[in-house]
Write a protein that binds this ligand. Structure first.
Ligand code: TYM
Length: 343
């Protein structure tokens, strides 16, 4: 079993990233057995697909690394690094660009969302970004990739690219059997890994690119800010129903109950068994308290870690050295399979 996943170091880690992905990274790391491995990285190369400020990217990379450590990623057990220190990611992306089809990339909803009406003005990197994402996981022969719902399409593309590459180029033995160059990765999204929506609009995912800070809870938010954001979260005037079906057509209410269920590791029905019939005047403070209780140890650790940026830098350098070493054989196999001469 090899677990690989990444996060863009743009903006602060928010509740959606935490409940949708990072908490599972930590759980998978903690459940790892002898011979199994986890690779977690900051997708800094992905971050240049959108307009960005170089100084912010640099500080954001260290801050996001600190946030992952604060959430429980342990560099003694997981390999933690940033892509830019492992050139094999970019090399493999180019090799896979020969296999990825324009039609496949044209279907990616994230490109459509992020380019919006300005498709012609979007960077070429934004369009080919999913190929880099495929390289990120195929390079390490990932078997499992913990991601939120929104990244599943990219993972399916990675599987399509791996399948076609193996089919077209993998060496065959005398009886025609393929020795696949790449393992097909499985996306992992356990049911308690919720899709967390914006606090201002229950139809949009919680995102670091949303202009309104009130739309998201960040891991650096203090207790007062968290409570204020929860109390101001958009809702409707109805009391909570006692079963999940009663949340149909009430996206904001569903989102808050989903967050409560994810934070308390229970189900939506269990939360509604406790709060059914109550109004938001009672539910929101309870949710705010639960969130503060869960997030405050993380934000405390985060503040401590940020006091020592050199240590974070050293952790990333050690992780990158390990990642370069484990990426090398697959990259060499990919060059060889394509008939590229390289010694
Ligand atoms: P990114 O940086 O947008 O998000 C990191 C992880 O957080 C999840 N996530 C959410 N989950 C639930 N609710 C939300 N509102 C929410 N917002 C974000 C994402 O699904 C993701 O798992 N392209 C990726 C980074 C990446 C990557 C990879 C991931 C690059 N290479 C290889 C896995 C494997 C991204 O932009 O995620």
């Amino acid at each position: 079993m090899r677990v690989v996943s990444g996060i863009q170091p743009t903006g602060n880690l928010h509740l959606g990233n935490y409940l949708g992905a990072i908490r599972n990274w930590v759980r998978m790391q903690d459940a790892m057995k002898e011979g199994q491995e986890c690779y977690f990285f900051l997708a800094d190369l992905h971050a240049i697909s959108m307009p960005h400020d170089p100084a912010e990217l640099k500080s954001g990379t260290l801050e996001m690394a600190a946030a992952l450590l604060a959430c429980g990623i342990d560099p003694a057990r997981s390999t933690l690094f940033n892509q830019a220190q492992v050139p094999a990611h970019v090399e493999l992306q180019w090799l896979l660009n020969g296999t990825a089809r324009m039609g496949w990339l044209n279907r990616m909803t994230q490109f459509k969302d992020k380019s919006g009406k300005n498709r012609e003005g979007a960077s070429a990197a934004l369009f080919t970004y999913p190929v880099l994402q495929a390289a990120d996981v195929l390079l390490y022969q990932a078997t499992h990739v913990p991601v939120g719902e929104d990244q599943k399409q990219h993972l399916e593309l990675a599987r399509d690219i791996a399948t076609k590459f193996n089919h077209d180029y993998a060496p065959k033995n005398e009886i025609g059997e393929e020795a696949p160059v790449f393992t097909l990765p499985e996306p992992i999204n356990p049911p308690q890994a919720a899709r967390i929506m914006s606090l201002r609009d229950g139809s949009k995912k919680m995102s670091k690119s949303d202009v309104s800070e009130m739309s998201r809870i960040e891991l650096v938010d203090n207790a007062d800010t968290i409570m204020k954001k929860i109390k101001k979260a958009k809702t409707d005037p109805e009391p909570l129903p006692s079963e999940e079906a009663g949340l149909a057509g009430r996206p904001e209410a569903l989102n808050l109950v989903t967050i409560y269920a994810a934070l308390s590791d229970s189900s939506i029905d269990a939360v509604l068994a406790d709060f059914g019939g109550e109004g938001f005047g009672k539910f929101k403070p309870a949710l705010g308290e639960l969130m503060i209780e869960t997030l405050s140890p993380i934000s405390q650790r985060l503040r401590d870690l940020l006091d020592d940026p050199e240590e974070i830098d050293a952790i990333l350098a050690r992780g990158a050295a390990k990642a370069r070493e484990s990426a090398a054989p697959t990259l060499a196999d990919a060059y060889r399979a394509l008939g590229l001469l390289r010694h």
